[in-house]
Design a protein around this ligand. Sequence first.
Ligand SMILES: NC(=O)c1ccc[n+]([C@@H]2O[C@H](COP(=O)([O-])OP(=O)(O)OC[C@H]3O[C@@H](n4cnc5c(N)ncnc54)[C@H](OP(=O)(O)O)[C@@H]3O)[C@@H](O)[C@H]2O)c1
Length: 295
Amino acid sequence: MSEEAGQESQLRRRTSITLPPQWLSGATSAPKVVFITGASSGLGLALVQKFFEAGYKVIASCRNPDDSSALGQFLKENGLHSAVPMCVGDLDSVKAAYLATRELTSSIDILINNAGVLNFNHSPYDPVMEISASEMMDVYRVNVAGCLNVTQVFMPLVQASYRHPTILNISSPLGSLGLNQGGYLAPYRCSKAALNMLTKTFASEMPSVIFLAVAPRQWDHVPRDAISLASYGSYCGGLGRQAGEIKQDLRYHEEAEGQDSLGCAAAQGIVELVAKHKKEISGSFVYTDGELVGF
Ligand SMILES: NC(=O)c1ccc[n+]([C@@H]2O[C@H](COP(=O)([O-])OP(=O)(O)OC[C@H]3O[C@@H](n4cnc5c(N)ncnc54)[C@H](OP(=O)(O)O)[C@@H]3O)[C@@H](O)[C@H]2O)c1
């Protein structure tokens, strides 16, 4: 028997409980597992690619895997499991996704709540006097309640990680009260502010897990030229998309000339943030480079 195997069997004999696989020899060098929601496009798709390149075991999730050709192609080409179907606003769907994920891994080291929507039903940029309560609730159902659903249901797999389990909730500078100088997009702004508070509350109640609200560096106010947002709905409105729900920023999807798309840059920042973050900052609202964003 090798020295390593002997130590492992001694360890087994000295304890009466079943050891988690991560504690046994060799298992600690297994790749960390990252689970990403809303992975069909934009930042979510870029996160799948960047975490894979960084050597993680990636489990992607999206609403309609069959419609997600870019994601499906990437997963297939790289020998990864097909995406786990999940609508984050539907608790039954989240529970089914959890059961499917348990077949793929015994723990999740990094859970990324990336799925999000930005409704846009009125010009310019949903003025606060024109939005309705139902439009507000549609955004909250995904951006806030969706994160709550996924975090609660997936918590057993996260807590099964012995490697600083971390939950990243993708927020936005538009969710900062302090940075709101110009108004507009109230459903989205309010939902991200609520997401920040949810993150802080989870962090306070569950110190064994690191929680961060992460803002990709993009708009901290609605730029004047963002009127082109109006055309995004018709450009991107595909099947399964609710009326008024849009792809959030084409700059997160397209490659700018000679450089990665903003989504790729933000995803790379998040990979680096995960590698260097400290437990002490759990509950914080940070940019992808770790700089604090004022709540
Ligand atoms: N783009 C920006 O400027 C920006 C800036 C700061 C923060 N963010 C945040 O970054 C995250 C990603 O945004 P993005 O720019 O990459 O936009 P995006 O391309 O519209 O991606 C959003 C993703 O969320 C998914 N999604 C929507 N509703 C869902 C639901 N009910 N269940 C599961 N998945 C759902 C979408 O899936 P489908 O394909 O099925 O619709 C899509 O994959 C969001 O949380 C967003 O708020 C974006």
